[in-house]
Unconditional design. Sequence first.
Length: 207
Amino acid sequence: MSPHRRCVGCALVAAVVAPSASASFVFVSDLGLEQQGAYTGSFDFVQVNATTANLVVTLTNISEAANGGYLTAFAFNVAPGMTISVSMGSGLPHWQALSNPVDASPLPMFDWGASSSSSWQGGGPPAFGIGVGQTVSTTLVITAAPGVLSGLTEASFFDASRTGYAFAARFRGFENGMSDKVVGIVPAPGALALLGIAAAVTRLRRR
């Protein structure tokens, strides 16, 4: 669990724009280090053959529209003992896979990830990232020994047992000149549905 305070506002938005119900493993953003970026995400793991599988990572940038910003990298940790290789598949032009370990400074090291440049810190145009309101799915190709691959599930790629962090995303290009690093958390069962109802009621009252 992240040591940062839970971003209740982000969770409310997540309930409205969370990935579809077909997503196998859903997570939302905690409060960012700079309190600028926010997202929802999901993992879908599909085994292709005995040694290869696809991990589909779907991310929605739900940062504040007026402040802009692009999600330009993400990183995740794999369950201990699961030795795998990760390469970039399809879905995000200009993006590259980040090899183990990923220097997600100032956060701890992560196992694997992807970036719109060659590193977590980033270099190229932020516009290569995921803009506010955009939902993008990208496929990472997972290669492992048959015995390892058969033991993997979506939850295997969201492991916080070693560092306290399972997933993180980096944001750049905010209108106020700031960037952000935002960890992911899993909401309590039923929380997204309840928050979605609360958000809908709030919108009706405003009207």
